[in-house]
Ligand binder design. Structure first.
Ligand SMILES: Cc1cc2nc3c(=O)[nH]c(=O)nc-3n(C[C@H](O)[C@H](O)[C@H](O)COP(=O)(O)OP(=O)(O)OC[C@H]3O[C@@H](n4cnc5c(N)ncnc54)[C@H](O)[C@@H]3O)c2cc1C
Length: 406
């Protein structure tokens, strides 16, 4: 029997597991020939793209309900080491036990983490990167009414005006108003560069600026955070903003597990992979999702995004199974790149292509974002046939999504 071991139960890991099982079925092989195991610390697929919303604790799907019906073995543990020479992985079980897991092929899908800055008072920063962090922010907002009533109480400062910063900044005024009981609410978005959404380019910017204005978000450009405590932040130009809620959103880095693999890594720690998701130069190891720097259309490198993590997982899973079963592998070919950015009560903006041409905006794009966030990024549960159908690497978007962007 050959063992496929997948590290990580996020979008890439879940779809890698399902696609490996699908490929095994298609080859007419059974579990005696190829066993698929996932190791992840938690019991849920966390719907990370929704963690900027309120009630973040509900944004999860039970891994057992997705993987159980298709016979993927699950180990609840945090991987601490990868030895690519002996093909073993060490992990710490949830009960504190030390585990050793061997593999014939490894898929590293341990995702990414936001990197908080080394500024004085950084322990006071909130973020929306993980379920516990988003839950901490949510519960903090819920407790603001019992805090002393200075200007800092219902003021939030979001640091980082990229994708996540814009989504949380346009969402926060309504979330704060819900608890403020008519008191004044203030949200400030701080961006180091000279424009909001610097990486999103000029295409969607007019929509972003209009949405921030519509939500009453103040924007401070060309400044960064220098220090904070529990009642104020200080910015690089000396500005002091009273706040109890400073949310850090800038800078994602691939999981530190990538450093245990002797491949080359890009500036944000992602492993270089070939078109089949094999880590270049490391036998038996594949990487997918936010840990992998895969090349897509026109030589672009994938974004750390759910949109890319899902197809990467599907291709990596199908290829790892093909590799072990002696079948041909398939080169990565995801759907064309799009972005759909939530802009709070104003709506959303859908862009097409790497130059991000605006294709939909306002309520129409909001409806699309709603479908993406509430349906399309959720895997089917309790239904092996539906899960394996969607695990096909040829169907990386639902038909409605293809219609919406074509
Ligand atoms: C607030 C927010 C909004 C976002 N909005 C969007 C959006 O609108 N569109 C979009 O496309 N993308 C969005 N993203 C990005 C998207 O969520 C990620 O790119 C995506 O989740 C990456 O999938 P992944 O499977 O690679 O990693 P993850 O989803 O991070 O999953 C990683 C998995 O690995 C596990 N893991 C980590 N370390 C270990 C270890 N040592 N041992 C074992 N398991 C481990 C984790 O527990 C988790 O199960 C957003 C992200 C955030 C935080």
């Amino acid at each position: 029997m050959s063992d496929v071991l997948i590290i990580g139960g996020g979008f890439a890991g879940v779809w890698a597991a399902a696609a490996a099982v699908r490929a095994r079925h298609e080859a007419g092989a059974d579990e005696q020939a190829l066993r698929v195991t996932m190791v992840a610390p938690g019991d849920d697929l966390v719907i990370r793209p929704r963690l900027y919303e309120d009630d973040p604790q509900s944004k999860r799907v039970s891994l057992d309900r997705v993987l159980g019906p298709i016979g993927v073995r699950r180990v609840t543990a945090t991987v601490t080491g990868v030895d690519t020479g002996t093909r073993t992985v060490t992990a710490l079980g949830r009960d504190g036990s030390a585990l050793e897991l061997s593999y014939d092929r490894l898929v590293l899908a341990a995702g990414s983490r936001v990197v908080t800055p080394p500024v004085e008072g950084s322990q006071h920063l909130f973020d929306v990167d993980t379920m516990p962090a988003a839950a901490r922010l949510d519960s903090h907002i819920g407790r603001l009414p019992v805090q002393p009533g200075g200007a800092e109480r219902f003021t939030a400062v979001v640091i980082g005006g990229g994708f996540t910063g814009i989504e949380i900044a346009t969402e926060l005024p309504a979330r704060l108003r819900k608890v403020a009981g008519g008191d004044l609410v203030r949200v400030v978005l701080v961006e180091r560069e000279g424009a909001v959404g610097p990486e999103l380019g000029p295409g969607p910017r007019p929509e972003i600026v209009a949405a921030l204005e519509h939500a009453g978000v103040e924007v401070l450009l060309g400044v960064s955070l220098t220090s904070l405590d529990d009642t104020r932040v200080t910015l690089s130009d000396g500005t002091v903003i009273p706040t109890r809620t400073a949310v850090w959103t800038a800078g994602m880095r691939a999981s530190r597990l990538t450093e245990q693999i002797d491949g080359s890594r890009d500036g944000i720690g992602r492993l270089e992979v070939d078109e089949y998701f094999r880590v270049v130069g490391v036998d038996g190891v594949y990487a997918a999702g936010d840990t992998a720097a895969a090349t897509v259309e026109d030589g672009h490198v994938v974004m750390q995004s759910c949109q890319h993590a899902v197809p990467q997982g599907k291709f990596a899973g199908a290829n790892v199974a093909a590799d072990l079963l002696g079948l041909p592998q398939v080169a990565f070919a995801p759907n064309p790149y799009v972005t759909c950015l939530d802009l709070g009560p104003y709506g959303a903006v859908l862009t097409l292509g790497w130059d991000r041409r605006v294709a939909q905006k306002g309520p129409e794009a909001k409806q699309l974002k709603h479908s993406i966030n509430s349906e399309w990024i959720y895997p089917p549960v309790d239904d092996a046939q539906a899960i394996l159908k969607l695990a096909d690497f040829r169907t990386t978007w639902p038909t409605e999504a293809v219609d919406a962007v074509s």
